[in-house]
Design a protein around this ligand. Structure first.
Ligand SMILES: NC(=O)c1ccc[n+]([C@@H]2O[C@H](COP(=O)([O-])OP(=O)(O)OC[C@H]3O[C@@H](n4cnc5c(N)ncnc54)[C@H](O)[C@@H]3O)[C@@H](O)[C@H]2O)c1
Length: 350
């Protein structure tokens, strides 16, 4: 390592920071040192910062005024992402990592893109599968061989988040227990599908977008909410079929798979569940002639996010992924979420 580790400021100190980012940064101590942690709840800021040996802040202005903070991770609830990303850019920090989704509508996404262009500060999104080394190796091979997907299946079956959060760390801010949603209400079903796409499918939709020839003619053919929490969605794009299931339930072994089928080949990606620090995904591309396996690699997608942030903070915005790609990913997510939730609402009222 030729330079000192970058000083990190973290905005929002909930379970994702405690169970995902702090353990990841601890493994990357040659590249990063956590300097400042801000939360609107000062007790949470103090407790989590104390654990990381960082200074606590109770406002983003206070964190951004800390000159030792060179890169910023925005890990607050989604509604606050856009203004906080923009504030970090305007404060002249070197780079920003924003948890997914980086905005909740296109207008906010465009404000981020405009601020990034104006300030020259790059931003990346915490969509860990997009930088998982097994995905990157397998998609390079898939594209080099010229395979064209006709069917894509995303299957995500996980226990509720709290189970893995508490396996990864002793969470200082356990989630309050939430009641079961009223699935007799079509509006609740629609909202569950919308939230499921923005919260869970969001990790794989950028991968799916890359596998489709284009996404300008999406047609949702079926969508429903699953009990106790989940979604099942079928849609087509340019004659290709995408089927996505996401469910949070204790009733099945954790599964996070993306299966891609072309006329000649099948690619299967098996990702570790969120919060699990156990190496990368694995991928297998199978044809009549052979099966080629990629991974597991030592680092996972969470480390991939921070390694990408390190690269762009070192090399400048020219090394960053184009911000327009992030907007296109978000557009795709919002379009699938809106169309699927409307279909789920209609199916529930039939
Ligand atoms: N990558 C993943 O695997 C993954 C998994 C789950 C959630 N997420 C994302 O991570 C982010 C954080 O998730 P979480 O589960 O920790 O969220 P959370 O809502 O449980 O906690 C966020 C923390 O932010 C604080 N906060 C609230 N408003 C704030 C503000 N305006 N400024 C600063 N802090 C504020 C809260 O007090 C809380 O401590 C979300 O954007 C979520 O979508 C990512």
């Amino acid at each position: 390592m030729t330079r000192e580790p970058f000083g990190v400021g973290i905005v929002g100190a909930g379970p994702v920071v405690q169970a995902i980012h702090l353990p990841t940064l601890a493994r990357l101590s040659e590249r990063f040192v956590v300097r400042n942690i801000m939360d609107v709840n000062p007790d949470v800021a103090a407790a989590v910062a104390g654990r990381a040996g960082a200074r606590p802040s109770s406002s983003i202005d206070e964190l951004l005024a800390d000159e030792r903070v060179e890169v910023v991770a925005i890990c607050s609830p989604s509604a606050f992402h856009a203004p906080q990303v923009i504030a970090a850019m305007r404060a002249g920090k070197r780079a920003v990592l924003c948890e997914k989704p980086f905005a909740t509508d296109r207008e906010q996404a465009e404000l981020i893109a405009a601020a990034s262009r104006e300030t020259g500060v790059p931003v990346i999104v915490g969509a860990m599968h997009t930088v998982d080394p097994a995905w990157l190796a397998a998609i390079a091979e898939w594209e080099a061989l010229g395979h064209e997907a006709h069917t894509i299946r995303s299957r995500v079956v996980l226990p509720p988040n709290a189970r893995f959060e508490t396996s990864a760390t002793e969470v200082l801010t356990p989630r309050p227990a939430s009641g079961l949603p009223d699935l007799d209400d079509p509006a609740v079903r629609a909202q569950m599908v919308f939230g499921g796409v923005l919260g869970l499918a969001v990790h794989d939709l950028p991968l799916i977008r890359r596998l489709l020839p284009a996404v300008d003619d999406i047609e949702v053919v079926s969508a429903s909410a699953l009990s106790p929490w989940g979604y099942e969605i079928g849609f087509t794009a340019h004659g290709r079929l995408v089927h996505a299931i996401g469910a949070l339930t204790e009733q099945w072994r954790p599964t996070w798979e993306l299966e891609v089928v072309s006329d000649e080949a099948r690619m299967l990606l098996e990702f570790p569940p969120s919060y699990v620090h156990a190496g990368s995904a694995t991928a297998t591309i199978t044809t009549d002639a052979r099966a080629v396996r990629f991974g597991p690699y030592p680092h996972n997608g969470y480390e991939g996010e921070w390694l990408t942030l390190h690269a762009i903070a070192s090399a400048g915005s020219a090394a960053a992924p184009p911000v327009d790609g992030l907007i296109d990913d978000l557009d795709f997510v919002l379009e699938v979420a809106s169309a699927a939730s409307e279909t789920a609402r209609q199916e529930a009222t039939r």
